[in-house]
Design a protein around this ligand. Structure first.
Ligand code: AVI
Length: 321
């Protein structure tokens, strides 16, 4: 396995009490809100993988269909000797489909803060591409990256950001993130970014309210995490998941709703919840092609190409300077 002997860890990872501060600040605010990165502990990451397999969650299937249809063309546009830097652990199938078509890739650099998904992804990829240099970075991809020295000079660095994770950021933050990526890709580089498309409310809402209840469990797992890591006493039966499409804003808004009036211990604070009070835990933004071009432009980037799956549910954009 041609994996760099060690994983580069983020030495500036925030200390544990920062988690408490983030949660206390979010729960004292009006309206209450918590950042969606809190979903991804080990259980949350496993539940997210299960979400991707639910019949209602069309995003992953559509993105895979898109790559099956267009990976050859995408690889032509990117050209040979690409260094592929992947934001997030990614879905092994997607990365594989892309790498299978890339001519003489220089290296694959998966960037993922959670060690377990990172390790799994590397193992899967090394099994398929035994000669591909893998240079993992166990860091938070929202912070400036120090990319490892590549094994040979790439013709181009392409930052691959699949899965519509960009949609979990509000527009201003998404533009900031793209601007940061722009500086990391260099003059000749590009960004390949997945974005879920706007479509009818019923299809979108079903994707975030699957019948098997996996998304609801994923959402409420956030409270399980806070109980475990911060000693909070959220009673799971006292809260429920709600995901609704806000068509004006073009996004799914996921909230955790308090089922009754109650108090919850968060560090030294007792946080009051009213009956039916909602705390915001995630946005999942949906885009038209024009929306995404405007977002890219706000980050100083131009859309070179856009690809769609055959049912036009999902889009993949290639952005350059
Ligand atoms: C990771 N991200 C793109 C998912 C989404 O669709 O917003 C996270 C998710 N939340 C609920 N279901 C899936």
């Amino acid at each position: 396995m041609n994996v760099q002997a060690y994983v580069v860890r983020d030495e500036q990872r925030p200390p544990d009490n920062v988690l408490l501060q983030v949660v206390q600040r979010g729960l004292r605010a009006q309206p209450k809100h918590l950042p969606s990165w809190l979903f991804y502990d080990e259980r949350g990451s496993a539940l997210f993988e299960q979400i991707c397999e639910q019949p209602e969650y069309y995003l992953t299937r559509a993105e895979i269909a898109l790559l099956k249809e267009h990976a050859g063309d995408i690889a032509q546009v990117l050209g040979p000797d690409v260094r592929l830097v992947e934001y997030g652990s990614g879905h092994a199938i997607k990365t594989r489909l892309l790498l299978e078509h890339l001519a003489t890739p220089v290296a694959w650099v998966p960037v993922e803060l959670s060690i377990e998904p990172l390790r799994l992804g590397m193992e899967r990829m090394a099994a398929h591409f035994p000669h591909l240099p893998i240079q993992p970075l166990a860091v938070d991809f929202t912070r400036p990256l120090r990319l490892p020295v590549p094994p040979r000079a790439p013709r181009r660095t392409v930052l691959y950001f699949p899965g519509s994770t960009i949609g979990n950021f509000e527009d201003r933050e998404a533009a900031q993130l793209l601007r940061k990526m722009r500086s990391e890709m260099g003059d000749n580089g590009g960004i390949l970014v997945g974005a879920d498309l706007k479509k009818d409310r019923a299809t979108i809402e079903a994707a975030y309210n699957d019948a098997a209840g996996v998304t609801a469990e994923f959402t409420l797992n956030l409270l399980v995490r806070l109980n475990r890591e911060l000693g909070c006493n959220f009673e799971l039966g006292g809260f429920r998941h709600r995901a609704r499409y806000n068509a004006m804003a073009g996004r799914i808004e996921t909230h955790i709703l308090s089922q009754r009036e109650q108090y919850v211990r968060v560090g030294r604070l007792q946080i009051p919840f009213r009956k039916d009070e909602a705390m915001l835990v995630e946005y999942s933004c949906k885009y038209s092609v024009a929306d995404f071009a405007a977002l890219a432009a706000a980050a100083g980037l131009a859309v070179q190409r856009v690809w769609f799956d055959p049912e036009r549910m999902f889009s993949l954009h290639y952005l350059t300077r």
